[in-house]
Design a protein around this ligand. Structure first.
Ligand SMILES: [Zn+2]
Length: 345
């Protein structure tokens, strides 16, 4: 009888050993340890034995059951570890494979230029002023020394919303708001970048909407030489070292004297090329000393302080800097055009 137990045990251990996966092992467990399994069946045989043999037999069956059970548990653990390893191997992800490329937007070229100009002036201690695009006639014209019936109003064809409200034609309106806010206190040192609007037929060099960045400095003993130094610095930063600037007399109602400012052509170094039409100079901005009347109207004493102002068209700068020949490109949102500027971002 004892041999039967050893036989069942060795068969069970061999079957456990041969089980190749968890299902096969479960079958072995059922065959030997379930209620109707071979080992409980041995236990049932105990009742036919003589009384004195029963304890030894029972003990032996129990040992057999325990060893088979332990072997099953051990094998189960091994198979589970192997199964997990196999699963991990199968689901392995190659993280070196290139991913799907996601199309992302880029900064608009005008925003790039605006940021460049802003950074430049912030570095010189200027503050950035912002104001409404829908503006009052008072700030856009009256305070800027352009009263009703002034011929300069014809220079800027205006989108009127009602007789006193308009889309600002220049960022000068913001300068006027800032001057008024200062209540005669100097110094003032600010730039005002922003969109402006004029009734214009759009073509390669004109747009009914464009961007300006104006600068304003008011304080004691501010001179034309300060203006020239500032603009020279701006030209060198925007168009590369070695740029020279020159002033030509001009007229703006809010500055006296007024000048047009040319920068020496960065493409031919002043020798003459297509871009500068052979002149060696490119017109880049308008500027001047703040008109004493403008200072007065805004509550400043022109005998005690003076100021300079300048205004640059950001499209013009961007067109020169990036070699763009049609201003409409900035406003038609052609992704192919905009995409070209991701390298500057
Ligand atoms: Zn040139």
């Amino acid at each position: 009888m004892s041999d039967r137990i050893s036989e069942v045990q060795s068969q069970a251990l061999e079957a456990i050993n041969n089980a190749s996966d968890l299902n096969a092992l479960q079958e072995v467990r059922n065959t030997y340890l379930s209620k109707k399994g071979l080992i409980p069946a041995l236990m049932k045989e105990m009742k036919d034995l003589p009384k004195e043999e029963k304890p030894a037999f029972g003990q032996k069956v129990n040992v057999c059951k325990q060893e088979v059970s332990e072997a099953l548990d051990k094998k189960q653990q091994e198979l589970e570890v192997a199964a997990t390893a196999l699963k991990l191997e199968k689901e392995k992800i190659d993280i070196t494979l290139p991913g799907d490329s996601i199309r992302i937007g880029t900064s608009h070229p005008l925003m790039l230029i605006q940021k460049e100009v802003e950074d430049l002036f912030l570095g010189m201690g200027y503050k950035i002023a912002e104001g409404p695009e829908v503006e009052q006639d008072y700030y856009n014209f009256e305070l800027a020394n352009i009263p009703q019936d002034h011929p300069a109003r014809d220079m800027q064809d205006t989108f009127y919303i009602d007789p006193n409200t308009l889309l600002r034609t220049h960022t000068t309106a913001m300068q006027m708001r800032e001057l008024e806010k200062a209540h005669g206190q100097t110094p003032i040192k600010l730039i005002c970048p922003g969109k402006v609007y004029r009734r214009d037929d759009d073509d390669a060099t004109h747009s009914h909407q464009f961007m300006q960045c104006e600068g304003l400095v008011v304080g004691e003993h501010v001179t034309l030489a300060d203006l020239k130094g500032t603009l020279e610095f701006l030209a060198n930063k925007m168009f590369g070292e070695g740029r020279q600037i020159r002033f030509r007399p001009s007229y703006f109602p809010f500055t006296e004297p007024s000048v047009e400012v040319d920068v020496s052509c960065p493409f031919c170094n002043g020798k003459g090329c297509n871009v500068c039409k052979g002149s060696g100079w490119i017109e880049i901005l308008g500027a001047g000393m703040v008109h004493p009347h403008v200072l007065e109207m805004n509550g400043f004493d022109p005998d005690k302080c003076s100021g300079f102002a300048f205004g640059v068209g950001l499209e013009r700068v961007a067109m020169l800097k990036y070699g763009i020949n049609d201003i409409r490109n900035f406003y038609i949102n052609d992704a192919r055009f905009l995409k070209m500027f991701d390298r500057f971002d």
